[in-house]
Design a protein around this ligand. Structure first.
Ligand SMILES: Nc1ncnc2c1ncn2[C@@H]1O[C@H](COP(=O)(O)OP(=O)(O)OP(=O)(O)O)[C@@H](O)[C@H]1O
Length: 297
């Protein structure tokens, strides 16, 4: 079975078990996986298949990426990180916790899940990753997604969906005991990692909305380099002016994410939807995205 087939069957079970549920709150299915692992591809296919098999169900899909800071806001953060945070490279460019408009994302979840029957039109931002030679920018409001009907099910994807911050001691210990040569955490100061860890804590309010979780795991995290390069080549070819990052920039871009994988990736699927059994689907894939292992907890 493929990642899609397993996920489709998981989502179909969710839909069947929720059909008689009297709730005006949508079901939230979070999809998580490292960059280029295929979250958007999977989310798109799942939304299509739900729409095809259950036309009466209103599906909404969106991503944490839609909520990145604007290019101008990210530029100011780059400056602040360089000048006032001891040159924190982890924040110089989009991607990590701390580089999103988290307040708008929390407001969006709160509006979508408020449980009342009245639903006012909601606009969700969209993001152009190709703008400014791959640095990216939020799209003009005319290109935002309009949600004018309350969704029944939301597919929400994000590369660090479900990651849990560590307490200060735990992070310190992990850092101090990491191998000086091999650890990517050690290329940054502890203070820079602590800042990201603090920022991550605030995202956990979003995780509390999740009812179900699909986590794509990879046998080797270094696969992300290959996936992200392939993805950028594909995206560049699709863009009218072939804009995007050079291979060297893509590698530098992925380098920024690596410490976060090292910090949180090991147990990231273990404590997402903890209050209900069989709500977490963990799928392990290899570099060709072939499914190696499935765990449902
Ligand atoms: N199962 C698959 N079969 C074929 N191609 C795939 C599959 N999954 C993903 N791809 C392709 O791989 C590339 C990366 O996939 P995708 O954009 O879905 O990754 P992602 O995890 O959403 O990445 P990011 O976090 O960087 O947005 C895309 O070009 C996509 O079309």
């Amino acid at each position: 079975m493929s990642v899609f087939q397993k996920s489709k069957s998981f989502v179909n079970d969710i839909i069947h078990s929720s059909l008689d549920r009297k709730s005006s709150r949508p079901i939230i299915v979070a999809i998580s996986g490292p960059q280029g692992s295929g979250k958007s591809f999977l989310t798109e296919k799942l939304a299509e298949s739900i729409q095809q098999d259950h036309p009466q169900i209103n599906v909404l899909q969106f991503s944490v990426d839609d909520f990145y800071l604007t290019h101008a806001e990210q530029q100011s953060l780059n400056k602040e990180a360089k000048e006032s945070m001891g040159d924190n490279k982890l924040l110089q460019g989009r991607g990590l916790p701390g580089t999103h408009d988290l307040k708008s994302l929390i407001d969006a979840f709160s509006t979508l899940c408020d449980g009342s029957d009245v639903f006012l039109k909601l606009r969700l931002p969209t993001y152009d990753k190709g703008a400014f030679e791959g640095q990216g920018d939020r799209n003009d409001v005319s290109k935002w997604r309009i949600v004018d009907k309350k969704p029944d099910i939301i597919l929400f994807e994000g590369w660090f969906n479900g990651y849990r911050s560590m307490d200060a001691q735990q992070l310190r210990l992990k850092y101090l005991t990491a191998d000086n040569e091999r650890s990517v955490m050690k290329r940054h100061s502890l203070y820079h990692l602590e800042y990201i860890n603090d920022k991550l804590k605030a995202y956990e309010e979003i995780w509390s909305y999740f009812d179900y979780f699909i986590g794509l795991r990879t046998d080797e995290i270094k696969n992300v380099y290959q996936w992200r390069l392939e993805q950028e080549h594909t995206l560049k070819n699709l863009r009218p002016y072939k804009t995007g990052m050079s291979d060297e920039k893509v590698r530098a871009f992925v380098d920024r994410y690596m410490p976060v994988y090292e910090m949180y990736y090991d147990g990231f699927c273990d404590s997402v939807c903890v209050n209900a059994e069989r709500h977490n689907l963990k799928l392990t894939i290899d570099k060709n995205r072939t499914l190696l292992k499935t765990i449902l907890v």
